[in-house]
Design a protein around this ligand. Structure first.
Ligand SMILES: Cc1cc2nc3c(=O)[nH]c(=O)nc-3n(C[C@H](O)[C@H](O)[C@H](O)COP(=O)(O)OP(=O)(O)OC[C@H]3O[C@@H](n4cnc5c(N)ncnc54)[C@H](O)[C@@H]3O)c2cc1C
Length: 448
C-alpha cells in the first residue's frame, strides 16, 4: 500500500475509473457520491420487462485499452453487441425516413442528398486546409463538404452526440479526429484511407457498438464493486486545503486529511462555496453551457407502428423543423429491452436546438412527441409504458475558445497542488473517452 490517501468526489464513470486505477496501484482511495448509486449519467432502470437507459445507450468500443478494462471488470461475458440491423441509421428528409448511405453504391443513389451535393463532396480532397485553428463544426463542414452535408448529415449527428448545434461547437475540441485528418492529410477522404493503417498501429480494434445484458449500468456497478471504500449519499459541499492536507465537508462532517483530491463533479456544481477559486476563473467555468435535454422512453405495441424499425434509430435535421431531435429503436438495437410483441423507443427532445421544449412536463411533452412519432413512424394508439427523464444540464458544450477553459483546468491543478480534475468536461464526452482519461489521470497522479 502506498502511504497516500486520496479522495474522489463523484462516482461518475470518470471518478470510478480514476479511483479503481489508483487503488490498483496501491493508493488508499475513498469515493464520495451524492446519490445512492454509482454511474452518474450512466443509469439503467428495469421496470417489469422494460429495460431503459436514462443516459448513454451504447458504448463504441474501438480502443484496445477500453476492451482490456472491460475484461478486467469481468464484463466481457455480459457484453452484448448491437443487432447488425443497427448499422442502418435513418435521417428525416422531407418528412420521410431515409437510410444514411453505408456503401459507395448507396451513396450514389441515396435521395438524402442532391446530385449537386454529391458532386460537391467529390471536391473535398481539393479544398485547401483552413488556417483558422479553432473553427466551428458548421464552418468546417460547409467549407469542406458543402451546405447540404452540413444540414442533412452533420447537423443531426451533432444533435445525436452532443445534444447541440454544429455552429456552437468547436471542431477541434468536439471532433479532434476530424480536425486532425484535415491538418495531417489535408482532406477527410484521403485521410480516412491513409490513416487506416496508422489507427491500427495505435491500439485501435475493429469498431463494435455494445451494451451489457443488464444495460449500461452494469459498467459503473462492476467498477464500484471492486472499490474498497465508496460512500453513497454523501454530498460534498466544500473542499478545503489546510496545513496538513485536503478536507471534504459533507453536512456537519469533515473528512480528511487527504494528500490528493480528484474532483469528478460537473462544472455547473462548482461555486465559490464549493471550491475557493479566482473570480474570473469561476466566471469562465460557469460560461460552459450544458443544454437541457428530455429523454422519453416509450413502450408501444408492435401492431401500432407501421415502420419496421429496422435500424439504430433516426435523427432529425434542424431544417425539417420538428419538435424532437430523434429516437433510438432501443428494442431493435438490443434484445430483452421490451416484452414480446412490443417495441421500446427512446426519444430525445430539446438540447441546444430547442431548450424550452426539453423542460416541458410529461403531460405537455408526451402529446407533442406522439404527434411526431405518428407522422414519422406511423405510430397509432397510446404507449403502454412511459418513462420521462429530464436532464436540466446534459452534456458540456465544447465551444469555440474551449482552449481557455482547458488552460484554466491546468492552472487550477498547478496552483492547488494535490487537486485533480476528472470528467467529461475535459478531452471527450463519450464513456470510452472518460475511461481512457480516468486511467491517464491515475497514471499522472501516481507519477508524482
Ligand atoms: C442523455 C445522455 C445520453 C448519452 N449518451 C451517450 C452514449 O450513448 N454513449 C456515450 O459514450 N456517451 C453518452 N453520453 C455521455 C456520457 O454518458 C457522459 O459524458 C459520461 O457518463 C459522464 O461521466 P462523468 O464521470 O464525467 O460525469 P457524471 O456522470 O456527471 O458523474 C459525476 C458524478 O458526480 C456526482 N456528484 C455531483 N456533485 C457531487 C457532490 N457535491 N458530492 C458528491 N458527488 C457529486 C454525481 O452524482 C455523479 O455521480 C450521454 C450523456 C447523456 C446525459
Amino acid at each position: 500500500m502506498i502511504n497516500k490517501r486520496i479522495a474522489v468526489v463523484g462516482a461518475g464513470i470518470s471518478g470510478l475509473v480514476t479511483a479503481y486505477s489508483l487503488q490498483k496501484q496501491g493508493f488508499d482511495c475513498e469515493v464520495f457520491e451524492k446519490n445512492s448509486l454509482p454511474g452518474g449519467a450512466m443509469k439503467t432502470v428495469k421496470s417489469e420487462e422494460w429495460q431503459v437507459e436514462y443516459g448513454p445507450n451504447t458504448l463504441l468500443l474501438k480502443d484496445k485499452s477500453v476492451k482490456d478494462f472491460l475484461e478486467e471488470m469481468d464484463l466481457l461475458s455480459s457484453k452484448v453487441a448491437a443487432n447488425p440491423a443497427a448499422e442502418k441509421r435513418f435521417i428525416l428528409k422531407n418528412g420521410k425516413l431515409e437510410p444514411l448511405p453505408g456503401s459507395l453504391l448507396s451513396a450514389v443513389s441515396t435521395p438524402l442528398f442532391s446530385l449537386k451535393a454529391k458532386l460537391r463532396v467529390l471536391l473535398e480532397p481539393f479544398i485547401s486546409k483552413s488556417t483558422n485553428p479553432d473553427q466551428t463544426i458548421a464552418e468546417f463542414t460547409k467549407r469542406r463538404l458543402g451546405p447540404e452535408m452540413l444540414d442533412y448529415a452533420i447537423n443531426p449527428f451533432v444533435a445525436g452526440i452532443f445534444a447541440n448545434n454544429p455552429d456552437s461547437l468547436s471542431l477541434r475540441h468536439a471532433f479532434p479526429a476530424m480536425h486532425n485528418l484535415e491538418q495531417e492529410y489535408g482532406s477527410l477522404i484521403w485521410g480516412s484511407f491513409a490513416g487506416a493503417k496508422k489507427r491500427k498501429e495505435s491500439g485501435r480494434i475493429p469498431r463494435e457498438l455494445i451494451s451489457f445484458k443488464k444495460g449500461i449500468g452494469e459498467l459503473p456497478s462492476a467498477i464500484a464493486s471492486k472499490l474498497n471504500t465508496i460512500h453513497f449519499k454523501k454530498e460534498i459541499s466544500s473542499i478545503e486545503k489546510k496545513l496538513d492536507g485536503w478536507y471534504l465537508i459533507s453536512g456537519k462532517k469533515q473528512h480528511g486529511p487527504y494528500d490528493h483530491i480528484v474532483l469528478n463533479t460537473p462544472l455547473y456544481k462548482w461555486s465559490s462555496e464549493f471550491l475557493s477559486l479566482d473570480k474570473n476563473m469561476m466566471k469562465k467555468i460557469e460560461s460552459v453551457h450544458y443544454p437541457p435535454l428530455s429523454v422519453l422512453c416509450l413502450g408501444v405495441k408492435k401492431e401500432d407502428v407501421s415502420h419496421p424499425l429496422n435500424g439504430f434509430g433516426f435523427l432529425i435535421p434542424e431544417k425539417e423543423r420538428r419538435s424532437i431531435l430523434g429516437a433510438l429503436f432501443s428494442s431493435t438495437l438490443f434484445e430483452n429491452r421490451a416484452p414480446g410483441g412490443h417495441h421500446l423507443l427512446t426519444v430525445f427532445v430539446g438540447g441546444g436546438r430547442q431548450p424550452k421544449l426539453a423542460s416541458l412536463e410529461t403531460d405537455k411533452l408526451l402529446p407533442v412527441v406522439l404527434d411526431e412519432l405518428h407522422d414519422i413512424i406511423g405510430l397509432t394508439g397510446e404507449p403502454v409504458f412511459t418513462d420521462h427523464i429530464y436532464w436540466p444540464k446534459s452534456i458540456p458544450a465544447y465551444h469555440v475558445g474551449y482552449d481557455e477553459i482547458l488552460e484554466i483546468f491546468d492552472k487550477i491543478e498547478r496552483e492547488n497542488p494535490g487537486l485533480f480534475l476528472a470528467g467529461n468536461f475535459r478531452h471527450g464526452i463519450s464513456v470510452p473517452d472518460c475511461i481512457i482519461n480516468g486511467q491517464k489521470l491515475a497514471e499522472r497522479i501516481s507519477a508524482i
